[in-house]
Design a protein around this ligand. Structure first.
Ligand code: AGP
Length: 593
């Protein structure tokens, strides 16, 4: 279980705990901080048990401390939870009124106490079988919000119950025991076989048996899936960090995205009939939203399709102007991001066709979208996404090419033009340029404010480069349209302020150079990131450092430049001694609002 939690730690790591059944009792071990603090718990070394639940936390309600760590216990019930119970306050008031006491500030302890309360009430009034299942169903029907629960009962210590709504949960099966986990990477070294639970289904799990019930308490047969990932893929395999490993996996991952498209290996591309759509709404969060900005650029500039990009947490609460000829594209590496899932559901309710671009196979968004195209980047463990982002950009490239083909738009963007045969070598050469990135990182590592500026698609790259730097090095940075800086924000530029300018677009290059000079005239330390085609025109009067990356097609430029920006962020974070794979305050998959 500790090993499984270690594989899941990237999802949240501010405290951890396990509960195990031992000699008929359920014992609890919890520690604040990273999982290592729990693993070092001496008393754990002597535990002998074959049934337990564990949790590594990303705090939503209540500060990260031992009391708020999961599992939580109330009466007969011990429980771990991923999600948010939104009506926990009213449930807590109801339970307090019944004399229930609480130790923590968490919504999870309220859920635990409520299930226990319902179970105790049912025990007093009924002596039917399946009371635990009934109690769980009844309690969950009163919960508002999201949950994936692992539940143990004191009076049945060698059984685990599991149920979910909106948060991810899988049930792993093996000859040596059975498992529940938020995602398959937790248990890959024990089994590749797993089932996916749907809403209001409950799994009853023991060492030898797994029974799944629907909300009528009828047993149901669930499809058994075979994981496509291997346990090795979820290990660092000699790299210092998962992030560096995943950056180095990009050359092959991108080539595979193009290969699947050009060699017609993914029939889902043809399920998207672009002639049916008058406009495209792309919705995502974080880096997936930045990849979506590149998608918009490609759809509009090459396929002539009006396209908007919305941040999912905004989209879900704004007025929807969807029509049956709107294609809504949801982009998500994990396929479990709560805001993106909500955006998908709203779009479907409003009658739009939904297309999902997803990495995690079988994830909730992938299962609920009308059409899903997988990026197949493989497991991405580092919280800061790299190959997850670049494979999303490459997938947008394939969709744009497909749209052009379907709309008979003449394009030179085909297998040759996309440099299909060279893209892995190009990216490998970009990654090998590490000394250049270290030189830039050395200058950035002790600064407090950094600007990324660019125009057109270059600005989209700035957005992703700035986020990478912020989330792993903790240096504040801002991406700004190069032409916009002088409308106010340039007032922040001081002597030595780093300004990283991305200029790869021919028709915008000179404009961006002018903007760089404007910042340099005010003391900025300017770093130009461009491509070899501009090297001859470069004069040293405007950039303190100039980096010229391989020239490639517009479809690939965002991938090439962002790969360099990923490594600049990585080297800067390393110089600052940051926890690169598990940055403070973050979690890999934000399955709560
Ligand atoms: C990116 O490095 C971050 N980890 C974060 O912005 C992430 O892209 C965002 O949370 C969306 O995640 P998703 O792709 O799994 O939906």
């Amino acid at each position: 279980m500790l090993n499984g939690l270690k594989n899941l730690e990237y999802r949240g790591y501010d405290s951890a705990g396990i509960a195990v059944s031992e000699n008929g009792a359920i014992k609890l071990y919890k520690r604040q901080g990273k999982l290592a603090n729990l693993e070092n718990e001496a008393s754990l070394q002597k535990v002998t048990s074959n049934t337990g639940i564990g949790h590594t936390r990303w705090a939503t309600h209540g500060i990260p401390n031992e009391t708020n760590a999961h599992p939580h216990i109330s009466g007969n019930v011990t429980l771990v939870h991923n999600g948010i119970i939104e009506n926990y306050n009213e449930l807590k008031a109801f339970l307090l009124d019944k004399g229930v006491t609480f130790n923590s500030q968490t919504d999870t302890e309220v859920a635990c106490a409520y299930i226990n309360y319902i179970y105790e009430e049912m025990k007093q009034h009924f002596n039917e079988e399946n009371l635990k299942l009934k109690a769980i169903l009844k309690a969950c029907s009163d919960f508002r919000g999201s949950y994936a629960f692992g539940i143990m009962f004191k009076d049945e210590p060698n059984t685990i119950y599991a149920t979910r709504k909106d948060s991810p949960l899988i049930v792993g099966l093996s000859d040596d025991g059975n498992f529940i986990a938020s995602d398959i990477s937790a248990i890959l070294e024990y089994t590749k076989r797993y089932m996916l639970l749907d809403y209001m289904e409950i799994a009853k799990i023991s060492t030898d048996t797994v029974t799944v019930y629907n909300e009528k308490l009828e047993t149901i047969d669930k499809k058994i899936n075979e994981a496509t990932w291997s346990a090795t893929e979820c290990k660092k395999n000699g790299y210092d960090h998962f992030m560096l490993k995943e950056i180095n996996e990009q050359p092959i991952a991108i080539k595979d995205v193009y290969k699947r498209y050009f060699e017609n290996q993914d029939e889902n591309y043809d399920k998207v009939d672009f002639s049916k759509y008058t406009n495209i709404n792309i919705v995502a969060c974080g880096s997936a939203m930045h990849a979506s900005l590149v998608g918009k650029y490609l759809f509009e500039n090459y396929a002539n399709i009006p396209t908007t990009v919305d941040i999912a947490s905004e989209y879900r609460y704004k007025k929807q102007l969807l029509t049956p000829t709107t294609l809504v594209v949801i982009v998500s590496q994990s396929g479990e991001t709560a805001d993106s899932l909500a955006a998908l559901r709203i779009s479907k309710e409003k009658g739009a066709t939904t297309l999902a671009i997803i990495n995690a196979v079988g994830s909730t968004i992938a299962r609920e979208a009308d059409i899903t195209i997988y990026t197949h980047a493989g497991p991405e463990i580092a919280v800061a996404t790299t190959k997850g982002y670049t494979t999303q950009v490459a997938t947008f490239g394939c969709l744009a090419m497909n749209a052009m083909k379907q709309k008979n738009i003449q394009t030179e963007f085909n297998k040759e033009k996309i440099e299909f045969d060279k893209i892995d070598k190009i990216l490998t050469s970009v990654i090998a340029n590490i000394e250049e990135y270290r030189k830039i990182a050395k200058y950035l590592s002790d600064k407090n404010d950094i600007f990324f500026i660019g125009r057109g698609n270059d600005y989209n790259m700035c957005m992703e480069g700035s986020l990478k730097l912020k989330e792993i090095s903790y240096i504040h940075s801002e991406a700004y349209p190069a032409g916009e800086l002088k409308h106010g924000t340039i007032s922040l530029v001081e002597e030595g302020t780093p300004v990283i300018a991305i200029a790869t677009e021919k028709e915008l290059y000179e404009k961006t150079v002018s903007n760089i000079k404007e910042t340099k005239a005010r003391g900025a330390f300017t770093i130009l990131i461009s491509t070899e085609e501009f090297k001859d025109t470069y004069t040293e009067d405007f950039a303190d450092i100039a980096l010229f990356l391989p020239t490639t097609t517009t479809f690939n430029e965002g991938i090439v430049v962002v790969t360099a920006l990923q490594l600049i962020a990585y080297e800067t974070a390393k110089l600052r001694g940051c926890d690169i794979d598990k940055p403070k305050n973050l979690a890999k998959s934000v399955t709560v609002e």
